[in-house]
Design a protein around this ligand. Structure first.
Ligand SMILES: [Zn+2]
Ligand SMILES: [Zn+2]
Length: 247
């Protein structure tokens, strides 16, 4: 119903920029797009600052993946407004802008990162050595929203960078909303939620690759950890999270 109402509103009124409210026929004008800023990178677990979101040496042992590159913070009111309209008002087009923003961030990390990538050129994420995997939604959630927001973000990065996207990972069990659970409950809540639809295909796709798991929002990194555990069995060379916002 909400989707129908939104459709009617969009058809009746000229589109205005969600941030500056100017009637420019777009959801996000160029000026406002350029005003969105990337955040400083840090270890997701302890918050110590670094260049590309890798886990620090103290925290790495607790995780099955190398780190998370996080473009921005959810407490940035502009980003929050865009994500809310994208995910909960079902304005799919906003995903284009958010995907472009995430792509620009990824590109900057991939090209300018002095720690991991500049020393050895082959350390960079390339279309030959990398694979994008969007965090899947359960089929129930997918029916409700009509699209997978992480897949839209990953699709744009795939188109711009030429890195393949795999839609082989599925969410087989609905989990409770992570945000409403205690930390101890969050860990078991996601147990056995994710699996590959085609295991043979997963073996071919993943072996020796740098895997980039794409998500819209990450808080504790527990979804990325659960997915990494599944991916690790297929001998990925590295596993990274690429996330739009920390919240
Ligand atoms: Zn604007
Ligand atoms: Zn740390």
């Amino acid at each position: 119903m909400k989707r129908i109402i939104n459709f009617l509103i969009n058809s009746l009124f000229p589109r205005e920029c969600l941030l500056c409210e100017k009637e420019l026929g777009v959801y996000l004008c160029q000026k406002c797009f350029k005003s969105l800023k990337f955040k400083e990178q840090s270890c997701l677990n302890c918050g110590s600052k670094n260049e590309n979101g890798q886990f620090c040496s103290n925290c790495q042992d607790n995780f099955s993946y190398q780190g998370v590159m996080v473009a921005t913070n959810l407490n940035d009111s502009k980003i929050e407004k865009l994500i809310t309209n994208f995910k909960y008002n079902f304005v799919k087009e906003i995903g284009y802008y958010l995907g472009l923003f995430l792509f620009n961030f990824f590109k900057e990390k991939n090209e300018n990162n002095p720690i991991l990538f500049k020393r050895k050129k082959e350390k960079k994420f390339t279309k030959q050595n990398s694979l994008l995997i969007p965090v899947p939604l359960s089929s129930k959630r997918l029916r409700w929203r009509g699209f997978n927001q992480s897949e839209i973000l990953a699709q744009i990065i795939s188109e711009k960078e030429g890195i393949k996207i795999s839609k082989n990972l599925i969410k087989i069990r609905e989990s409770d909303n992570q945000a409403k659970l205690k930390l101890s409950e969050r860990k078991t809540n996601l147990n056995k939620c994710f699996s590959f639809l085609d295991e043979k295909k997963a073996q071919i796709e993943i072996k020796g690759k740098k895997i980039i798991i794409v998500d819209d929002i990450s808080t504790s990194g527990s979804t990325l950890e659960e997915i990494s555990k599944v991916i690790k069995k297929y001998q990925a060379s590295e596993i990274w999270g690429l996330v739009l916002a920390h919240g």
